[in-house]
Design a protein around this ligand. Sequence first.
Ligand code: ZN
Ligand code: ZN
Ligand code: ZN
Length: 239
Amino acid sequence: MIGCDCGTCRSADPRDKRWRTSVRVETDDGQSLLIDAGPDLRAQALAFDIRRVDAILFTHGHSDHILGLDDVRRFNVLQRRSMACFGDPATIRDVRRTFAYVFEAATAHGGGLPQLDLFEIAGPFCVGRQEVVPIPIFHGSRAILGLRLGPFAYLTDCSRIPDASWALLEGLDLLVLDALRKSPHPTHFSLSEAVDAARRIAARRTCFTHMCHDLGHAATCAVLPAGMELAYDGLVVSL
Ligand SMILES: [Zn+2]
Ligand SMILES: [Zn+2]
Ligand SMILES: [Zn+2]
């Protein structure tokens, strides 16, 4: 947090240094997929030596999840093709509005524009041979998407899971779930709400994400139930 001297912000534990929420998935068919492209995408790609991204899957269009999209230019050059981007219709609208200069014919191309192919998600779909199942969730009053890829589900920015979505979350090996802070928040699960949801979903392993500085890594992990932990930047999980 800018201008904060709390224990988490001043912690020497590298797991308390957090970039904006995102994840990269390597699929069984060898693809490299990003879920969300936040403002830290460039720093994250440099830190973790990400050299290829085959597609980007968006959960929603808030700035902390899309503002890294301009840096896709480098992947366009490396891979010599445009980037496939998938999101629900509202998210695709947000991307078109936020990055209007990319889609305006009048924009000069000399400076380098990201080349993006935008696809609206209308149900389960495939990227290569990888099936992606959208999981409708609520982020406050806003309907957004969680995403399931085989035994893995990613539910960031979630304050409510509607009745019909629970069945889509059965049999998970890994659940990544929003847990913002200890006190309630109108658009994110608090830690206790997230633990309750994680218990009901009962994945083999649950990693919480999108924490704010209320939740220091070590102290929070020490009190979480077995099979639940806070994720951290650079965490790698093999399924
Ligand atoms: Zn702080
Ligand atoms: Zn959001
Ligand atoms: Zn967010």
